[in-house]
Design a protein around this ligand. Structure first.
Ligand code: RP5
Length: 162
């Protein structure tokens, strides 16, 4: 097993059905990652220990998903120098708007790169791009992925026009 480059964490195991798409994106690019549940409210010390040790342990980026009063991404960003990508998880009420606002509205100095509500796949792809900035082989794979996206759209366009 290679050393994880990305930490994929969430506030509750109930977030996993949403966060799984980030894992799939990382798998698509063979990026090693670790997964865990770290609640800002229920396990605050465990969350801080994780964030404070993340860079030392070799992680390069952290994807953090949470719902409702979604403080996990921001609190992790406060305790690590690594880039943190926040995924707002939609819950039963408010359609995830509460999660989005809890994650996106960070004070200056503590950035969280927030994706759309439920946008875990893009969170995974953004983490790949972060790693690709210093990894030419990974960057080439990302470029091929983008070419494939374009081809897909052009094929669909051509099919519609027939
Ligand atoms: C948040 O509370 C979690 O990220 C989750 O989205 C939400 C609900 O958690 P559970 O009550 O399902 O464990 O901390």
């Amino acid at each position: 097993m290679s050393t994880p480059a990305v930490g994929l964490i969430m506030g509750s195991d109930s977030d996993w059905p949403v966060l799984e798409a980030a894992a799939t994106a990382l798998d698509d690019f063979d990026v090693p990652y670790e997964v865990g549940v770290y609640s800002a409210h229920r396990t605050p010390q465990r969350m801080l220990d994780y964030a404070r040790s993340a860079a030392r342990r070799g992680l390069k980026a952290i994807i953090a998903g949470a719902g409702g009063a979604a403080h996990l991404p921001g609190m992790v960003a406060a305790a690590t120098p690594l880039p943190v990508i926040g995924v707002p998880v939609p819950l039963k009420y408010l359609d995830g708007l509460d999660s989005l606002l809890s994650i996106v509205q960070m004070p200056a100095g503590v950035p969280v790169a927030t994706v759309s509500v439920g946008g875990a796949r893009n969170a995974g792809l953004l983490a790949v791009r972060m790693l690709a900035a210093s990894d030419p082989a990974l960057r080439a794979r990302m470029e091929r992925f983008q070419d494939d996206l374009e081809t897909l759209v052009l094929d669909k366009d051509a099919a519609l026009r027939q």
